[in-house]
Design a protein around this ligand. Structure first.
Ligand code: FAD
Ligand code: DLZ
Ligand code: SF4
Length: 499
């Protein structure tokens, strides 16, 4: 009985279910395929990260004595698709069984069903799709906060018996500070490309020159050892201030106090439990305060698990909903970054340079604009899937479709995350470098977020006014003079038609 054990590019963990009962004589199959590199035109750094991490992982398996059949992208016999490569490998190896771990994306799951393989669960998460479905069953609303509390109880993280440590589940009210001018976040650790990465970079430059984003400088970790070093750096130098400055934005500093580990988690170089344990330990040793550690653990134990559960619960129909009937095409500045709106130019510039932007840039700058301007959800989702090193549909889609765009009509978020220029001004230093003014509501110097915000509320009144969490803005709107409303609508129409 020999097995062919398939490992995909986001399954780079020695403890993967597909590798767990490996026997001598088994073969591990890893495939670089054109279809995966181009189903969306990923950022160049994401391609390098995945191909280089795959090659390093294959080396690690070989050093551990496993036999790896590794198909390079440039192999002349490479057919370019998972399904055809699995068929070719079965002809080569004649295994008695084919074993694979379930994929992160619906699209790949549909393909995988045709591989004649035993599909094992991906148990790198705290929750399973089935346990999430059981939690969701019979609930009218699927609020992350209640799921998170159950996950705290189940995992025992930050618990004191049956109660949350510190007497509260959530310390977010301490976590909304902007960054004072004299506070300098730590410099980010980079990992110099080794020979394998340099070779992959040349291949990506040659094969995918039209893909979005700067290829250099490339500083991502591509091995577990380096990803662990990045985690150490975060825990030692950034975690204590993570909470306070979690929502802050600063021109020229994409990373602030964020962990910048999402790509490592999503491709398997790090696991969620070890990360949460390290954060909890930092709190118990007095190195980091509870508001920071709770806020950080909530992102991984709460949000990350919740979006995965939601994705598998709601797909494939989820992606097709468009509650606000948003139809406007994605403006070209999402690719070029060329816009007079400095916040957008900065968030898109960071994205192009690093294949990274932090959560508030994604949600409250590029996401907020897409929501207010009524951009087509499918086009916006394609953009998020293409431009970030951590983007895989299971995590990208609920965040974009549900959280940022409210395209699911409130399955994920209890209200749209819509904000005017005042929010961006409060949380960033972007407005001081902008030709628009956040305090000006109408006229040529007005921040477009201001009139777009009210235009959004007016446009969607029929769908949103009954939402109890939208009561305040709709009461303000009801008090607004008709002429002012008409002015807002005119400004918005002129602006939107110029996109
Ligand atoms: P930190 O701020 O340091 O947070 C720690 C970790 O928590 C992250 O590494 C991540 O694993 C997890 N996390 C935090 N927020 C979320 C969240 N909302 N959902 C899931 N996990 C979370 N994250 C992705 O991993 N891939 C995506 O494709 C992706 N697309 C997004 C699209 C939009 C529109 C929005 C609003 C958010 C998206 N996120 C996505 C979530 C979040 O923005 C990123 O996980 C985070 O910015 C990654 O940076 P970090 O590692 O420095 O995170
Ligand atoms: C994202 C990606 C890319 C760009 N290339 C490959 C590849 O060539 N081979 C591979 O095994 N995986 C790749 N991946 C990751 C897959 O797309 C990923 O497994 C799916 O998104 C399912 O989660
Ligand atoms: Fe963005 Fe408006 Fe501030 Fe300009 S003024 S940076 S457009 S929020």
């Amino acid at each position: 009985m020999t097995a062919l054990r398939i490992v995909l590019g986001d399954q780079l963990t020695r403890g993967m279910s597909s590798l767990r009962d490996h026997q001598p004589g088994d073969t591990v199959l890893m495939m670089e395929v054109l279809e995966e590199a181009t189903y969306v035109k990923h950022h160049k750094q994401k391609l390098v990260l995945i191909f280089s991490a795959m090659r390093h992982f294959a080396e690690e398996l070989r050093r551990g004595g496993l036999s790896v059949d590794y198909i390079h992208l440039d192999d002349p016999a490479n057919t370019g698709s998972f399904t055809a490569e699995v068929r070719r490998a079965v002809r080569r190896h004649r295994p008695s069984r084919v074993v694979v771990t379930e994929p992160g994306e619906w699209r790949v799951m549909e393909m995988m069903k045709g591989w004649g393989a035993e599909i094992l669960p991906d148990d790198r998460f705290f929750a399973t799709p089935a346990s999430f479905a059981a939690w969701a069953s019979g609930r009218r609303q699927l609020r992350m906060e209640f799921f998170y509390r159950d996950m705290r109880r189940l995992s025992g993280l930050l618990m004191d018996g049956g109660e949350p440590v510190g007497g509260q589940w959530n310390f977010d009210h301490d976590n909304r500070k902007s960054l004072p001018k004299d506070v300098m976040p730590p410099k980010r650790q980079r990992f110099e490309p080794d020979a394998i990465t340099v070779e992959v970079m040349a291949m990506v430059q040659q094969r995918f020159p039209g893909h979005f984003g700067d290829l250099e400088p490339f500083g991502w970790a591509v091995t577990r050892a380096d990803a662990l070093e990045a985690l150490d750096h975060f825990i030692d130098s950034c975690l204590p201030d993570f909470g306070g400055y979690q929502d802050a934005m600063k021109q020229g500093n994409a990373f602030l106090y964020h962990s910048v580990i999402s790509p490592y988690l999503n491709i398997g170089l790090l696991g969620p439990r070890e990360i949460c344990d390290r954060a909890q330990e930092a709190w118990s040793k007095g190195h980091a305060p509870l508001n920071a550690v709770e806020g950080f653990i909530r992102q991984i134990l709460g949000w990350r698990e919740y979006v995965r559960g939601l994705y598998w619960l709601k797909m494939p129909d989820y992606a097709g909903t468009n509650f606000l009937d948003a139809r406007r095409p994605l403006p070209s500045f999402y690719w070029t970054g060329r816009t007079d709106m400095n916040c957008l130019a900065q968030a898109i510039g960071d994205t192009r340079a690093h294949a990274y932007a932090h959560h508030i840039q994604r949600l409250m700058v590029t996401g907020n604009f897409a929501l207010l301007a009524g951009l087509d959800p499918a086009e916006v989702e394609q953009w998020y899937l293409r431009v970030y090193a951590d983007a895989f549909e299971w995590v990208e889609l609920p965040n974009t479709h549900g959280m940022a765009l409210f395209a699911d009509g409130g399955v994920m978020a209890s209200k749209p995350y819509a904000a005017s220029g005042a929010y961006i001004d409060r949380m960033s230093d972007y407005c001081s470098g902008c030709r628009f003014r956040p305090e000006v509501k109408l006229g040529p110097r007005a921040c477009p977020f201001n009139y777009l915000y009210w235009d959004f509320l007016i446009r969607n009144e029929g769908k949103l006014r009954a939402n109890p969490r939208m009561g305040m803005p709709y009461r303000t709107l009801a008090r607004m003079e008709p002429e002012r409303k008409a002015d807002i609508r005119r400004h918005a129409a002129t602006f939107l038609s110029s996109l």
